[in-house]
Design a protein around this ligand. Structure first.
Ligand SMILES: [Zn+2]
Length: 86
């Protein structure tokens, strides 16, 4: 009985630790996304040197030149586009 209670307490502590790790991971992810956004917002178009702007076209997220010279797609978005056009 005592050992059983100890196991339950151990499980509870494990749950609390797992929840804390989840929260920590979520916060770290949010910080990484924010950093990436900040960095990406400072990427300039190689043609006209204006900063790229985030936009979604046909359901695909991209960073595009405001003058329409071109767009940056991350590899996941590019793969999705290529797959759709096969
Ligand atoms: Zn441009």
């Amino acid at each position: 009985m005592a050992a059983d209670n100890k196991d339950r307490l151990g499980n509870k502590i494990h749950d609390v630790e797992a929840a804390r790790e989840d929260q920590w991971a979520r916060q770290r992810d949010a910080e990484l996304v924010e950093k990436m956004r900040e960095r990406l917002s400072h990427i300039a178009c190689p043609h006209c040197k204006q900063f790229l702007v985030a936009k979604t076209e046909g359901g695909v997220q991209m960073l595009a030149c405001p003058k329409g010279d071109g767009a940056w797609l991350d590899s996941a978005a590019l793969k999705a586009v290529l797959k759709e056009h096969k």
